[in-house]
Structures are given as structure tokens and as C-alpha cells.
Design a protein around this ligand. Structure first.
Ligand SMILES: *Cc1c(COP(=O)(O)O)cnc(C)c1O
Length: 230
């Protein structure tokens, strides 16, 4: 990636997407993940529609936002032009926003406590919508990060299923900054495999290739596509 040497004017999001896609294919091949597919979630927080449109024009359809309200302001209009968009919530969810989130998003990657699990189950029932759900794991057990502790993942998944009748599709994590992410990605992959979960959302702009080698099924890329956020 050559972003550091580029001024904001010369950032070409569509070209960045192509380069990332090639990196991912190479990583899959190196890791022997034959037939593996890694979905790129283009993270559009703090990006305005004018910056998102070229990426849509280039064919990108999966997008991530970390705030419900910001997503509500941007995406309904873009969806009218591009109805086949898949929108993923990758930031923390408050239970009083569960109804809005279920209405707007297709995937919620940040299920992280019983109250949210219950609110999502109720709202999906009420709206007759079934979203794909991932549990966020606080993989480095950091105080400042959201997510279920790695030691409590199995019990939380059981609770979601037995108590709320929720089908959880996978796990998501953000490893500690400034550390080798590989052991954390490996731990998340192991937790998912142990629980029979297919989806692994891990890897961001700095470490998506490592995540792909270790089993990611989706990577969440913001600055690597759009350049620095304003
Ligand atoms: C912002 C964000 C990303 C994207 O980060 P980049 O380093 O810009 O690629 C990925 N995941 C989550 C949860 C985020 O909030």
C-alpha cells in the first residue's frame, strides 16, 4: 500500500480497493485457503456520500458504519440508487437504538451483552426481519474496548441461543493496537471453530492480509480505501 506517500487529492478509492483485493487473493493462496473468499467491508464512517459514490460505481456493495445515527443520515438515499447494498454495523449498539439498527442494517457485528441480544431478538421478531449477527469479542481483554471476554464467548453464545432464540453467525474482534495481531486473530478463529461459527470479521487497513491468512471471512477497511478520515 502506498497511501502514506499520497496527498488526499491523489487518493483513488477504486484503485485502492483493487489493490486490497489482490493482496487478499495472494494471502489466501499463501495460506492454502483454496476456494476461500474474503469480503471487503468498506468502512465509511466520517466519509460523505461524494466520497462513497465512486466506490459504489466501482462495484463495491458491502459497507460498514460504526454509528447508527450517522448511517441513518447517509445510507437511505444511497440505497435508493443502489438497492443491493449490504450495510454492516461495526460499532457499539445501545439498546434504545435497536429498532433503528434492525430497520437499517443487514448485519450487526457488535452483539456484546445480554441486553443487546434480547433487544435485537425482540426487534427482529417485531419487524419480521432476520439480520446476520456477529458477537464482538474483546480479544485482548482491554478495559477500553467493548466485547465479550474470550473466556465467556461459549457461555454468551449459549445464552443467545437458549434464552433469546438468536442465531449467531460469527465473531468479530479488534486486537490491541501496537501488538502483533496474529495470536489474537488465531484465538478468534479457534473460538469460532469450536462453536461451529462460519463468519470471522477480523483485520483492518494495517493487518488485513494477516487476518486473511488466519481465516478471516471479512475484513473492515476504512483508511486503506479512502485515505485518512477528516
Ligand atoms: C474505523 C473502523 C475500522 C476501519 O479502520 P481502518 O484502520 O481505517 O481500516 C474497522 N473496524 C472498526 C470496528 C472500526 O471502527
Amino acid at each position: 500500500m502506498v497511501l502514506s506517500s499520497m496527498s488526499p487529492h491523489s487518493i483513488d478509492p477504486a484503485a485502492n480497493l483493487r489493490a486490497i483485493s489482490e493482496d487478499l487473493n495472494r494471502a489466501l493462496k499463501e495460506a492454502g485457503r483454496k476456494g476461500g473468499i474474503v469480503t471487503i467491508t468498506a468502512v465509511t464512517k466520517k466519509q460523505n456520500p461524494a466520497r462513497i459514490l465512486p466506490v459504489l460505481a466501482a462495484g463495491q456493495r458491502v459497507f460498514g458504519e460504526n454509528r447508527v445515527q450517522e448511517a441513518q443520515e447517509k445510507w437511505p438515499a444511497l440505497r435508493e440508487q443502489f438497492p443491493d447494498i449490504e450495510l454492516r454495523l461495526i460499532g457499539p449498539l445501545q439498546s434504545n437504538k435497536a429498532a433503528d439498527a434492525v430497520r437499517l442494517f443487514d448485519v450487526i457485528e457488535t452483539v456484546d451483552r445480554p441486553k443487546i441480544a434480547r433487544a435485537l431478538a425482540q426487534e427482529m421478531q417485531k419487524q419480521g426481519r432476520r439480520l446476520k449477527l456477529l458477537v464482538q469479542v474483546n480479544i485482548g481483554e482491554e478495559d477500553q474496548k467493548a466485547g465479550v471476554s474470550p473466556r465467556e464467548v461459549d457461555a454468551f453464545l449459549a445464552l443467545c441461543c437458549e434464552q433469546y432464540g438468536l442465531k449467531i453467525d460469527g465473531l468479530m474482534c479488534i486486537p490491541p493496537a501496537d501488538e502483533d495481531p496474529a495470536p489474537y486473530f488465531a484465538l478468534l478463529a479457534k473460538s469460532a471453530a469450536r462453536n461451529g461459527l462460519a463468519e470471522l470479521s477480523m483485520g483492518m487497513s494495517a493487518d488485513y492480509a494477516i487476518a486473511a491468512q488466519l481465516g478471516a471471512t471479512s475484513v473492515r477497511i476504512g483508511t486503506g480505501i479512502f485515505g485518512p478520515r477528516s
